[in-house]
Ligand binder design. Structure first.
Ligand SMILES: Cc1cc2nc3c(=O)[nH]c(=O)nc-3n(C[C@H](O)[C@H](O)[C@H](O)COP(=O)(O)O)c2cc1C
Length: 232
């Protein structure tokens, strides 16, 4: 297992502005890119049946690097991405997740939640955790923890990590890979299996791979633009 290098926060440092002059995109190019991106993003679907085919690891690493460019509260970048390739670790994650999911689907979620999930066809069996060749387990750093054990508050952690995960999913999709945001509840077992420090809390497990040849997805309808956009 690789160990990330220690990050030194900029906490308390003075404001040091630098010029930012990105070239302005010509109008026609901007319109064309936006329309193409809209169409490509509309083709993204959550996949729950994965092929065991390996994925190009550099594509996954690049997608994580894209996610790590996300904006974050006070630029605290409160995220850790654990890339799990080891089949034995994936097997342990699946066993622990299915144990929790059995309780959830047996009634812990409550009827209202189970009814919301019914159209998705999900249940307590989670083959994607072992079929997909890679899992990205995303952790939120609830606070910063220095090497000497000193702590510092992090701000807007949920929002920051949510934005980073959105960027991760977009990068994976636009690079040709499929993914699933899996949120077994509770997720404490992920910290134990992956040996994460006490300041980190699991946010989601994201299996990454190619859809299985017989992959199916629920026939969902997305809200249209006029149902989500209010212009004033
Ligand atoms: C925060 C979050 C948690 C999710 N948790 C699960 C999950 O635990 N299991 C699952 O099968 N799908 C999960 N999903 C996937 C959603 O069910 C899926 O995004 C939704 O049905 C829309 O389908 P689409 O992604 O194909 O557009 C989750 C998605 C999000 C954003």
């Amino acid at each position: 297992m690789s160990i990330p290098t220690q990050w030194t926060p900029t906490h308390g440092e003075p404001f040091r502005p630098v010029p930012y002059r990105p070239p302005r995109m010509p109008l026609q190019e901007s319109l064309a890119r936006a329309a193409e991106l809209r169409e490509r993003m509309d083709g993204r679907r959550t996949v729950r049946q994965f092929s065991a085919d390996p994925v190009p690891e550099q594509v996954v690493r690049d997608a994580v690097a894209c996610a790590a460019t996300a904006p974050s509260g006070a630029h605290q970048q409160p995220w850790t991405f654990v890339l799990v390739k080891d089949p034995e670790v994936r097997r342990r994650i699946r066993a622990a997740a299915e144990e929790e999911e059995q309780l959830s689907y047996a009634g812990r979620l409550g009827e209202e939640w189970l009814a919301a999930l019914r159209p998705l066809g999900t249940d307590e069996v989670k083959p994607h955790l072992t079929d997909a060749p890679a899992l990205i387990v995303v952790f939120q750093q609830r606070y910063w923890l220095g090497e000497g054990g000193e702590k510092r508050k992090h701000y807007y952690v949920d929002e920051s990590v949510g934005i980073a995960v959105g960027m991760l999913l977009s990068a994976l999709h636009l690079s040709g890979l499929a993914a699933l945001v899996h949120t077994p509840s509770p997720m404490r077992f992920l910290s134990e299996v992956l040996g994460r420090p006490v300041n980190e809390k699991a946010f989601a497990v994201i299996p990454v791979g190619y859809p299985a040849d017989d992959c199916q997805v629920p026939d969902l309808v997305r809200k249209s633009l006029d149902q989500v956009l209010v212009e004033v």
